[in-house]
Design a protein around this ligand. Structure first.
Ligand code: FMN
Length: 220
């Protein structure tokens, strides 16, 4: 696949076929994605690949914590969004709910959708990306680069991904289930699997700001 086509084709996949993804394929994707750049070639990323019973335990733990009223949080913290950022976040939600036929006031269906996120979209596998806490925020940029590279490399194998926070928003549960130690910061995860193209939520084509709103040209 041509690189521009890959970048333009990649989108967040939130509905998957149940077919398992062979370990060999994920291994190949991670090997390719490890060519991503990182500050001073520090390669801060650590991958924990989960599937089968282990992933099911994570889904269950997430739902239990959500049901018990615990507040989901990103360990590599992000504040709430405001202004234009909040508007874009809301626009995405509206787009998804419209495609899924979920009305604004239908709290039950909205909750069901939230729970699907905490079930990691029922994907057959997920890749958790963590880094050593000693690196602090410095690693986050590099982790972003590797996450996008994984998402692009996955396309080569007919796989879809969603870079997502929801799956790892109860980090204690992630640690308990996967054995990721306290000394590591759990930054993000990607769901990965064969897209279910019959799932309406996969038809989202997310908007982008025109360049004139975020680009300055100097010296041209
Ligand atoms: C750091 C990060 C966290 C994200 N977390 C979630 C998430 O928890 N749930 C979700 O449905 N999508 C999540 N996404 C996917 C974004 O919503 C998506 O990338 C954005 O809407 C643009 O859409 P696209 O990926 O289809 O181009 C996340 C993306 C990033 C980069």
């Amino acid at each position: 696949m041509d690189i521009i086509e890959a970048i333009m084709t990649r989108k967040s996949i939130r509905g998957y076929r149940p077919d398992p993804v062979p370990k060999k394929v994920i291994e190949e994707i991670l090997e390719v994605a490890s060519r991503a750049p990182s500050s001073m070639n520090t390669q801060p990323w650590e991958f924990t690949v989960v599937a089968g019973d282990v992933l099911d335990r994570l889904r269950k733990a997430n739902l239990e914590k959500l049901a018990s009223g615990q507040t989901p949080r990103m360990e590599a913290s992000r504040g709430g969004y405001q202004g234009a950022y909040r508007e874009r976040q809301v626009a995405l939600g509206i787009q998804i709910f419209q495609l899924l036929g979920i009305a604004r006031e239908d709290r039950e269906k909205r909750m069901e959708w939230t729970m699907k996120g905490f079930r990691l979209f029922d994907a057959p596998a997920a890749i958790i990306i963590s880094s050593d806490k000693s690196l602090g925020d410095a690693a986050q940029f590099d982790l972003g680069a590797v996450a996008q590279t994984i998402a692009l490399a996955a396309l080569h194998h007919g796989l879809g991904t969603c870079i997502m926070g929801q799956g790892i928003m109860f980090p204690d549960a992630v640690r308990e289930i996967t054995g990721i130690p306290d000394s590591k910061s759990i930054s993000i995860c990607l769901t990965i699997g064969y897209p279910d193209w019959d799932f309406a939520g996969n038809n989202v084509h997310s908007e982008r700001e025109p360049l004139e709103n975020n680009t300055a040209w100097c010296g041209f």
